[in-house]
Design a protein around this ligand. Sequence first.
Ligand code: F6R
Length: 357
Amino acid sequence: ELGTYPHYMIKEINEQPQVMRKIIKEYQDDNGDLKIDKNIIKQLNEADRLYIIAAGTSYHAGLIGKEYFEKWAGVPTEVHVASEFVYNTPLLSENPLFIFISQSGETADSRAVLVDIKEKGYKSLTITNVPGSTLSREADETLILHAGPEIAVASTKAYVAQIAVLAITAAVTARELNKVSDMNLMSELAKVTTAITSVIEDADKIEEIVKSYLETARNTFFIGRAMDYYVGLEGALKLKEISYIQAEGFAGGELKHGTIALIEEGTPVFALSTQEKVDLNIRSNAQEVKARGANVCVVAMEGLEQEGDAYVIPRVDDMLTPLVSVVVYQLISYYAALHRGNDVDKPRNLAKSVTVE
Ligand code: F6R
Protein backbone atom coordinates (compact mmCIF):
# COMPACT_ATOMS: atom_id res chain seq x y z
CA GLU A 1 0.00 0.00 0.00
CA LEU A 2 2.89 2.34 0.66
CA GLY A 3 3.94 2.18 -2.99
CA THR A 4 7.08 4.19 -3.51
CA TYR A 5 6.67 6.24 -0.34
CA PRO A 6 8.96 5.59 2.63
CA HIS A 7 6.23 6.38 5.17
CA TYR A 8 2.46 6.63 5.37
CA MET A 9 2.71 10.17 6.69
CA ILE A 10 4.41 11.53 3.57
CA LYS A 11 2.08 9.46 1.38
CA GLU A 12 -0.92 10.97 3.15
CA ILE A 13 0.49 14.51 2.91
CA ASN A 14 0.91 13.94 -0.82
CA GLU A 15 -2.65 12.65 -1.16
CA GLN A 16 -4.15 15.93 0.01
CA PRO A 17 -4.83 17.44 -3.43
CA GLN A 18 -6.61 14.23 -4.39
CA VAL A 19 -8.65 14.37 -1.17
CA MET A 20 -9.66 17.96 -1.93
CA ARG A 21 -10.79 16.99 -5.43
CA LYS A 22 -12.80 14.08 -4.04
CA ILE A 23 -14.54 16.33 -1.50
CA ILE A 24 -15.34 18.94 -4.17
CA LYS A 25 -16.91 16.15 -6.25
CA GLU A 26 -18.83 14.49 -3.43
CA TYR A 27 -20.33 17.70 -2.09
CA GLN A 28 -21.46 19.14 -5.41
CA ASP A 29 -24.67 18.49 -7.36
CA ASP A 30 -25.03 18.28 -11.16
CA ASN A 31 -25.41 22.07 -11.39
CA GLY A 32 -22.19 22.63 -9.51
CA ASP A 33 -24.07 23.77 -6.39
CA LEU A 34 -23.03 22.74 -2.88
CA LYS A 35 -24.87 19.64 -1.79
CA ILE A 36 -25.46 18.06 1.59
CA ASP A 37 -28.19 15.77 2.87
CA LYS A 38 -31.53 17.53 3.49
CA ASN A 39 -31.90 16.10 7.00
CA ILE A 40 -28.60 17.69 7.92
CA ILE A 41 -29.69 21.00 6.42
CA LYS A 42 -32.83 20.79 8.54
CA GLN A 43 -30.78 20.12 11.68
CA LEU A 44 -28.53 23.08 10.95
CA ASN A 45 -31.47 25.38 10.21
CA GLU A 46 -33.19 24.52 13.44
CA ALA A 47 -30.17 24.97 15.68
CA ASP A 48 -29.77 28.24 17.55
CA ARG A 49 -26.18 27.38 18.50
CA LEU A 50 -23.61 24.81 17.42
CA TYR A 51 -21.38 22.93 19.87
CA ILE A 52 -18.38 21.40 18.15
CA ILE A 53 -16.84 18.57 20.19
CA ALA A 54 -13.48 17.01 19.30
CA ALA A 55 -9.98 16.12 20.45
CA GLY A 56 -6.43 16.89 19.29
CA THR A 57 -6.08 17.71 15.62
CA SER A 58 -9.83 17.40 15.08
CA TYR A 59 -10.33 20.05 17.78
CA HIS A 60 -7.97 22.32 15.85
CA ALA A 61 -10.07 21.83 12.72
CA GLY A 62 -13.14 22.68 14.80
CA LEU A 63 -11.64 26.04 15.76
CA ILE A 64 -11.48 26.94 12.08
CA GLY A 65 -14.99 25.56 11.48
CA LYS A 66 -16.32 27.97 14.10
CA GLU A 67 -15.03 30.90 12.02
CA TYR A 68 -16.96 29.62 8.99
CA PHE A 69 -20.24 29.08 10.84
CA GLU A 70 -20.08 32.46 12.56
CA LYS A 71 -18.66 34.63 9.74
CA TRP A 72 -20.57 33.09 6.83
CA ALA A 73 -23.79 31.81 8.36
CA GLY A 74 -24.04 33.98 11.46
CA VAL A 75 -24.70 30.96 13.67
CA PRO A 76 -23.12 31.18 17.15
CA THR A 77 -20.67 28.31 17.53
CA GLU A 78 -18.61 27.00 20.42
CA VAL A 79 -15.72 24.56 20.15
CA HIS A 80 -14.94 22.27 23.06
CA VAL A 81 -12.27 19.73 23.90
CA ALA A 82 -14.27 16.54 24.38
CA SER A 83 -12.55 15.38 27.56
CA GLU A 84 -13.28 18.71 29.27
CA PHE A 85 -16.86 19.08 28.13
CA VAL A 86 -18.12 16.26 30.33
CA TYR A 87 -17.57 18.20 33.55
CA ASN A 88 -16.88 21.72 32.26
CA THR A 89 -20.25 21.73 30.53
CA PRO A 90 -21.23 25.23 29.43
CA LEU A 91 -24.75 26.58 29.68
CA LEU A 92 -26.58 25.24 26.64
CA SER A 93 -28.87 27.16 24.33
CA GLU A 94 -32.48 26.15 23.76
CA ASN A 95 -31.92 24.26 20.49
CA PRO A 96 -28.31 23.19 20.35
CA LEU A 97 -26.83 20.98 17.65
CA PHE A 98 -23.77 18.96 18.62
CA ILE A 99 -21.18 18.41 15.90
CA PHE A 100 -18.62 15.71 16.61
CA ILE A 101 -15.46 15.88 14.53
CA SER A 102 -13.43 12.68 14.56
CA GLN A 103 -11.20 11.10 11.94
CA SER A 104 -11.58 7.61 13.43
CA GLY A 105 -15.08 8.01 14.79
CA GLU A 106 -13.90 5.98 17.78
CA THR A 107 -12.50 8.55 20.20
CA ALA A 108 -13.79 7.65 23.66
CA ASP A 109 -13.69 11.21 24.99
CA SER A 110 -16.00 12.37 22.21
CA ARG A 111 -18.25 9.34 22.60
CA ALA A 112 -18.73 10.09 26.29
CA VAL A 113 -20.13 13.49 25.33
CA LEU A 114 -22.36 11.97 22.65
CA VAL A 115 -23.83 9.44 25.10
CA ASP A 116 -24.49 12.23 27.58
CA ILE A 117 -26.16 14.67 25.20
CA LYS A 118 -28.29 11.92 23.64
CA GLU A 119 -29.65 11.09 27.07
CA LYS A 120 -30.64 14.72 27.38
CA GLY A 121 -32.44 14.55 24.03
CA TYR A 122 -30.16 16.81 21.97
CA LYS A 123 -29.47 16.43 18.24
CA SER A 124 -26.11 15.30 16.89
CA LEU A 125 -24.07 15.24 13.69
CA THR A 126 -20.79 13.36 13.30
CA ILE A 127 -18.15 14.40 10.77
CA THR A 128 -15.86 11.41 10.33
CA ASN A 129 -13.59 9.63 7.92
CA VAL A 130 -14.92 6.19 8.83
CA PRO A 131 -18.48 5.29 7.77
CA GLY A 132 -19.99 2.87 10.25
CA SER A 133 -17.71 4.01 13.09
CA THR A 134 -19.14 4.27 16.60
CA LEU A 135 -19.66 8.04 16.53
CA SER A 136 -21.26 7.76 13.12
CA ARG A 137 -23.65 4.97 14.14
CA GLU A 138 -24.67 6.64 17.37
CA ALA A 139 -25.22 10.20 16.11
CA ASP A 140 -28.42 11.26 14.33
CA GLU A 141 -26.59 12.21 11.14
CA THR A 142 -23.16 11.76 9.54
CA LEU A 143 -20.99 13.63 7.05
CA ILE A 144 -18.11 11.68 5.55
CA LEU A 145 -14.64 13.17 5.04
CA HIS A 146 -13.69 11.06 2.00
CA ALA A 147 -10.01 11.28 2.88
CA GLY A 148 -9.39 7.55 2.45
CA PRO A 149 -7.73 5.46 5.17
CA GLU A 150 -5.32 7.45 7.33
CA ILE A 151 -2.65 5.09 8.66
CA ALA A 152 0.06 7.37 10.08
CA VAL A 153 -0.65 8.24 13.70
CA ALA A 154 -0.10 11.94 12.99
CA SER A 155 -3.21 13.21 11.27
CA THR A 156 -2.66 15.18 8.06
CA LYS A 157 -5.13 14.62 5.24
CA ALA A 158 -8.03 14.14 7.66
CA TYR A 159 -7.41 17.61 9.13
CA VAL A 160 -7.52 19.21 5.68
CA ALA A 161 -10.65 17.19 4.83
CA GLN A 162 -12.30 18.27 8.09
CA ILE A 163 -11.72 21.94 7.33
CA ALA A 164 -12.99 21.57 3.76
CA VAL A 165 -16.14 19.71 4.86
CA LEU A 166 -16.76 22.25 7.64
CA ALA A 167 -16.42 25.07 5.08
CA ILE A 168 -18.92 23.39 2.77
CA THR A 169 -21.35 22.71 5.63
CA ALA A 170 -21.12 26.30 6.84
CA ALA A 171 -21.56 27.67 3.31
CA VAL A 172 -24.69 25.53 2.84
CA THR A 173 -26.00 26.78 6.19
CA ALA A 174 -25.36 30.36 5.06
CA ARG A 175 -27.17 29.73 1.77
CA GLU A 176 -30.18 28.22 3.55
CA LEU A 177 -30.34 31.22 5.87
CA ASN A 178 -30.21 33.52 2.82
CA LYS A 179 -26.92 35.08 3.79
CA VAL A 180 -25.41 36.68 0.72
CA SER A 181 -21.90 35.70 -0.24
CA ASP A 182 -19.73 36.91 -3.09
CA MET A 183 -17.55 33.84 -2.82
CA ASN A 184 -17.85 30.74 -4.96
CA LEU A 185 -16.59 28.23 -2.42
CA MET A 186 -16.07 25.34 -4.84
CA SER A 187 -13.91 27.37 -7.19
CA GLU A 188 -11.96 28.77 -4.22
CA LEU A 189 -11.42 25.20 -2.97
CA ALA A 190 -10.15 24.27 -6.42
CA LYS A 191 -7.57 27.09 -6.12
CA VAL A 192 -6.64 25.75 -2.69
CA THR A 193 -6.03 22.33 -4.27
CA THR A 194 -3.57 23.84 -6.73
CA ALA A 195 -1.85 25.74 -3.92
CA ILE A 196 -1.48 22.58 -1.81
CA THR A 197 0.08 20.84 -4.81
CA SER A 198 2.62 23.61 -5.18
CA VAL A 199 3.60 23.41 -1.48
CA ILE A 200 4.05 19.64 -1.80
CA GLU A 201 6.27 20.18 -4.85
CA ASP A 202 8.44 22.40 -2.63
CA ALA A 203 9.13 19.58 -0.16
CA ASP A 204 12.90 19.89 -0.75
CA LYS A 205 12.80 23.59 0.10
CA ILE A 206 10.89 22.81 3.27
CA GLU A 207 13.41 20.14 4.21
CA GLU A 208 16.05 22.87 3.98
CA ILE A 209 14.02 24.97 6.44
CA VAL A 210 14.19 22.07 8.88
CA LYS A 211 17.97 21.98 8.46
CA SER A 212 18.26 25.70 9.20
CA TYR A 213 15.86 25.90 12.12
CA LEU A 214 15.28 22.59 13.82
CA GLU A 215 18.31 20.31 13.62
CA THR A 216 19.47 20.97 17.17
CA ALA A 217 16.34 22.57 18.62
CA ARG A 218 14.97 21.35 21.94
CA ASN A 219 12.02 23.70 22.16
CA THR A 220 10.17 25.84 19.68
CA PHE A 221 7.20 28.17 19.31
CA PHE A 222 4.49 28.68 16.71
CA ILE A 223 2.89 32.11 16.67
CA GLY A 224 0.05 33.53 14.62
CA ARG A 225 -3.01 35.70 14.89
CA ALA A 226 -6.63 35.05 13.88
CA MET A 227 -6.81 31.92 11.68
CA ASP A 228 -3.01 31.64 11.76
CA TYR A 229 -3.12 31.17 15.52
CA TYR A 230 -5.19 28.00 15.09
CA VAL A 231 -2.81 26.67 12.45
CA GLY A 232 0.05 27.35 14.88
CA LEU A 233 -1.65 25.13 17.45
CA GLU A 234 -1.80 22.34 14.89
CA GLY A 235 1.79 22.95 13.74
CA ALA A 236 3.01 22.66 17.33
CA LEU A 237 1.02 19.48 17.98
CA LYS A 238 2.31 17.88 14.79
CA LEU A 239 5.91 18.77 15.57
CA LYS A 240 5.86 17.53 19.14
CA GLU A 241 4.09 14.26 18.49
CA ILE A 242 6.52 12.95 15.90
CA SER A 243 9.79 14.86 16.38
CA TYR A 244 9.55 15.02 20.21
CA ILE A 245 10.74 18.62 20.08
CA GLN A 246 8.85 20.59 22.67
CA ALA A 247 6.57 22.97 20.80
CA GLU A 248 4.01 25.51 21.86
CA GLY A 249 1.47 27.27 19.68
CA PHE A 250 -0.01 30.52 20.86
CA ALA A 251 -1.54 33.81 19.83
CA GLY A 252 1.06 36.39 18.78
CA GLY A 253 -0.44 38.94 21.16
CA GLU A 254 0.10 36.62 24.12
CA LEU A 255 3.90 36.61 23.71
CA LYS A 256 4.45 39.64 25.92
CA HIS A 257 2.18 38.16 28.58
CA GLY A 258 4.65 35.48 29.53
CA THR A 259 6.09 33.22 26.86
CA ILE A 260 8.65 35.73 25.61
CA ALA A 261 10.63 34.96 28.79
CA LEU A 262 11.54 31.61 27.23
CA ILE A 263 13.18 33.05 24.13
CA GLU A 264 16.93 32.47 24.12
CA GLU A 265 19.69 32.81 21.57
CA GLY A 266 18.75 30.47 18.71
CA THR A 267 15.25 29.44 19.87
CA PRO A 268 13.29 28.63 16.70
CA VAL A 269 10.03 30.57 16.34
CA PHE A 270 7.66 29.91 13.46
CA ALA A 271 5.51 32.92 12.62
CA LEU A 272 2.67 32.57 10.15
CA SER A 273 1.22 35.53 8.26
CA THR A 274 -1.65 34.89 5.86
CA GLN A 275 -4.17 37.41 7.22
CA GLU A 276 -3.78 40.93 5.89
CA LYS A 277 -5.59 42.54 8.83
CA VAL A 278 -3.03 41.26 11.33
CA ASP A 279 0.09 41.09 9.16
CA LEU A 280 1.71 44.14 10.76
CA ASN A 281 0.99 42.86 14.26
CA ILE A 282 2.48 39.42 13.69
CA ARG A 283 5.47 40.98 11.95
CA SER A 284 6.12 43.09 15.02
CA ASN A 285 5.84 39.98 17.23
CA ALA A 286 8.42 38.33 14.99
CA GLN A 287 10.68 41.37 15.48
CA GLU A 288 10.24 41.24 19.26
CA VAL A 289 11.47 37.65 19.49
CA LYS A 290 14.19 38.21 16.94
CA ALA A 291 15.54 41.09 19.02
CA ARG A 292 15.86 38.60 21.88
CA GLY A 293 17.86 36.14 19.83
CA ALA A 294 15.15 33.91 18.34
CA ASN A 295 15.76 32.19 15.03
CA VAL A 296 12.54 33.36 13.35
CA CYS A 297 11.06 31.47 10.42
CA VAL A 298 8.32 33.49 8.75
CA VAL A 299 5.86 31.71 6.51
CA ALA A 300 3.74 34.26 4.66
CA MET A 301 1.10 34.29 1.97
CA GLU A 302 1.86 35.69 -1.46
CA GLY A 303 1.04 39.39 -1.43
CA LEU A 304 2.11 39.76 2.20
CA GLU A 305 5.64 38.43 1.81
CA GLN A 306 8.71 40.41 2.79
CA GLU A 307 12.38 40.00 2.15
CA GLY A 308 13.86 37.37 4.42
CA ASP A 309 10.69 35.27 4.75
CA ALA A 310 11.53 31.58 4.79
CA TYR A 311 8.60 30.41 2.71
CA VAL A 312 5.75 31.95 0.72
CA ILE A 313 2.51 30.06 0.13
CA PRO A 314 0.41 30.78 -2.97
CA ARG A 315 -2.43 33.25 -2.54
CA VAL A 316 -5.84 31.77 -1.72
CA ASP A 317 -9.01 33.17 -0.12
CA ASP A 318 -8.29 34.63 3.34
CA MET A 319 -10.65 32.23 5.07
CA LEU A 320 -9.16 29.16 3.40
CA THR A 321 -5.47 29.74 4.10
CA PRO A 322 -5.26 27.08 6.87
CA LEU A 323 -5.76 24.38 4.23
CA VAL A 324 -2.52 25.45 2.58
CA SER A 325 -0.35 26.79 5.41
CA VAL A 326 -0.80 23.65 7.48
CA VAL A 327 0.87 21.62 4.73
CA VAL A 328 4.08 23.58 5.31
CA TYR A 329 3.93 22.65 9.00
CA GLN A 330 3.12 19.01 8.22
CA LEU A 331 6.21 18.78 6.02
CA ILE A 332 8.37 20.57 8.60
CA SER A 333 7.26 18.04 11.22
CA TYR A 334 7.83 15.11 8.91
CA TYR A 335 11.41 16.10 8.05
CA ALA A 336 12.22 17.06 11.64
CA ALA A 337 11.16 13.58 12.80
CA LEU A 338 12.91 11.89 9.90
CA HIS A 339 16.21 13.69 10.57
CA ARG A 340 16.07 12.59 14.19
CA GLY A 341 15.65 8.98 13.15
CA ASN A 342 12.22 8.67 14.77
CA ASP A 343 9.53 6.23 13.78
CA VAL A 344 7.51 8.78 11.80
CA ASP A 345 4.35 6.72 11.40
CA LYS A 346 4.28 5.24 14.88
CA PRO A 347 5.50 7.82 17.39
CA ARG A 348 6.16 6.61 20.92
CA ASN A 349 3.35 6.48 23.48
CA LEU A 350 0.63 7.22 20.93
CA ALA A 351 -2.19 5.21 19.35
CA LYS A 352 -4.09 6.01 16.16
CA SER A 353 -7.44 5.95 17.84
CA VAL A 354 -7.80 6.69 21.49
CA THR A 355 -10.54 4.41 22.76
CA VAL A 356 -10.09 5.07 26.48
CA GLU A 357 -11.19 8.21 28.32
C1 F6R B 1 -2.76 14.21 16.07
C2 F6R B 1 -3.86 13.26 16.14
C3 F6R B 1 -4.75 13.28 17.34
C4 F6R B 1 -6.21 13.04 16.92
C5 F6R B 1 -7.10 12.88 18.15
C6 F6R B 1 -8.56 12.75 17.77
O1 F6R B 1 -2.05 14.09 14.89
O2 F6R B 1 -4.05 12.49 15.23
O3 F6R B 1 -4.64 14.47 18.05
O4 F6R B 1 -6.63 14.11 16.13
O5 F6R B 1 -6.69 11.75 18.88
O6 F6R B 1 -8.75 11.63 16.96
P1 F6R B 1 -10.04 11.48 16.09
O7 F6R B 1 -10.06 12.55 15.09
O8 F6R B 1 -9.93 10.10 15.48
O9 F6R B 1 -11.21 11.59 17.02
